[in-house]
Write a protein that binds this ligand. Structure first.
Ligand code: FAD
Length: 464
């Protein structure tokens, strides 16, 4: 029987990062993974393959819409879907192999198979039982569906995000159920490939929880790119034949029933924590009714020596949130002070333009009754953005009215997912809009728009 200081269950961004940090801190570590490859949802069927497809199809969009304007003339590229999927798989393989290399480098044992916890201090993988002083549950999440929508990724007609990343062919018509991040990203991929994409959403807005102005702008820009939206619609169910589906929904405003046809229905209605088969209930680990593991502020569950992180616990289902918790829990186990600042976790949508946000929205601050100021700057005033056809969108900085301290930022525009981080760093240090405005920003960069938004919180921006 092998003995470890730590066994991590699950090798997604939460689990593999926790394992690496534990090993770096001198703890004898193993990581259990049931998939054929390391990296979890994120590397195998999430962040990475979706970004590869978004990248490829964005190049196509540029070729079709902007090349001729720049004097790049000639035949527009045609799409070889199988080759695009092969490129995506290469990207995935490179990344998952990279984690395997990091495991070897850090002397982490990969225990291959599905793990369970028969009793505290023990992890069973196949027929073998391993001993561990500490166990970290990082078992992640799986797609969740709606009643009446039966997912069958092999049939390829009613699919979840995993099926949508690997469709046998590009559909002519696609329905996306759910206007959240995953639905809009995958919808963008297929819209750029020529599919007629209709997004059906229960709420009256897309991307629930985001800044209202950003929501409206993103919807307008995606509409301009050919995506249709049916909002305020309660999906009743879908019937599938071998090659087609018929979706039924009711409009909430008048209860009228409607039907839509499509070649593919992508169900992107969220994800649920995946804690099945671990034996947590039998062990006495407290969980919610939906299988989310309950932890204290140091990721400890109700059973001594068992911790949990990532999508399996509460909070935003994001890879970087899982990674941060992975590092922090390793530090806690090693007797150090692991910490995650949940107030500064950015969220990004990798559509075109990108959307990124961190901290408070105006809507939240109004509800809290807190006095705030807004500094806004349009990418139309940013020379670099205009040069690359990316003038749509803006940076919106929200600061405390009295102290000028940055409370949040909402960006829609070029490289928003990267720009957001200078605001994150400012917030981590308790900085103000003035701090951002006084920092020299290189010209011509998109990041000048962040500085201009900061200037807009004070005496005003220069280029507007
Ligand atoms: P997971 O990545 O789900 O990993 C858990 C692992 O545990 C899995 O590999 C599973 O096989 C394994 N496992 C579970 N139970 C056991 C067991 N009993 N024994 C052994 N192994 C087990 N997030 C972002 O931040 N940015 C993005 O751009 C982004 N894009 C996404 C796009 C899509 C299409 C999807 C589906 C998700 C996306 N996400 C994104 C979310 C992100 O993938 C998750 O938040 C992240 O993977 C969670 O990490 P985790 O380590 O908690 O769990």
């Amino acid at each position: 029987m092998a003995q470890y200081d730590v066994i991590v269950i699950g090798a997604g961004p939460g689990g593999y990062v926790a394992a690496i940090r534990c090993a770096q801190l001198g703890l004898k570590t193993a990581c259990v993974e049931g998939r054929e490859t390391l990296g979890g949802t994120c590397l195998n069927v999430g962040c990475i393959p979706s970004k590869a497809l978004l990248h490829a199809t964005h190049q196509l969009h540029e070729a079709e819409h902007n090349f001729a304007t720049m004097g790049l003339k000639g035949k527009s590229p045609s799409v070889d879907w199988n080759q695009m999927k092969a490129y995506k798989q290469d990207v995935v393989d490179g990344n998952t192999k990279g984690i395997e290399f990091l495991f070897k480098k850090n002397k982490i044992d990969w225990l291959k198979g599905w793990g369970s916890i028969p009793e505290a201090g023990k992890v069973k993988v196949g027929d073998e039982v391993h001993e561990a002083k500490n166990i970290i549950v990082a078992s992640g999440s799986v797609p969740s569906s709606l009643p009446g929508l039966e997912i069958d990724n092999d049939a390829g007609v009613i699919v979840d995000s995993t099926g949508a990343l690997d469709l046998p062919k590009v559909p002519k018509k696609m329905i996306v159920v759910g206007a959240g991040v995953i639905g809009l990203e995958m919808g963008s991929v297929y819209a750029r490939l020529g599919a007629e994409v209709t997004v059906v959403e229960f709420l009256d807005k897309i991307t629930p929880g985001m800044d209202g102005e950003v929501q409206k702008n993103l919807q307008k820009l995606l509409k301009k790119q050919g995506m249709n939206f049916i909002l305020g619609a309660a999906v009743q169910g879908a019937e599938a034949t071998k090659t087609k589906a018929k979706l039924t929904y009711k409009l909430k405003k008048d209860d009228s029933e409607h039907q839509l046809d499509a070649d593919v229905v992508l169900v992107a209605t969220g994800r649920r924590a995946f804690t099945d088969g671990l034996g947590l209930k039998e062990l006495g680990v407290e969980m919610t009714e939906r299988g989310v593991v309950k932890t204290d502020a140091h990721w400890a569950t109700s059973v001594k020596g068992v911790y949990a992180i990532g999508d399996a616990v509460a909070g935003p289902m994001l890879a970087h949130k899982a990674e941060d918790e992975g590092m922090a829990v390793a530090e806690v186990i090693a007797g150090k002070a692991g910490h995650v600042n949940y107030d500064v976790i950015p969220g990004v949508i990798y559509t075109h333009p990108e959307v990124a946000s961190v901290g408070k929205t105006e809507e939240q601050l109004k509800e809290e009754g807190r006095a705030y100021k807004v500094g806004k700057f349009s990418f139309m005033g940013n020379a670099r953005a205009k040069a690359v056809f990316a003038g749509d969108g803006f940076v919106k900085l929200i600061v405390d009215k009295e102290t000028d301290r940055v409370l949040g930022a909402h960006i829609i525009g070029p490289a928003a997912g990267d720009l957001i981080h200078e605001v994150c760093v400012t917030m981590e240090y308790g900085g103000s809009a003035e701090d951002l405005a006084l920092t020299c920003h290189a010209h011509p960069t998109f990041s000048e728009a962040v500085r201009e938004a900061a200037l807009a919180c004070g005496d005003g921006p220069i280029h507007m």
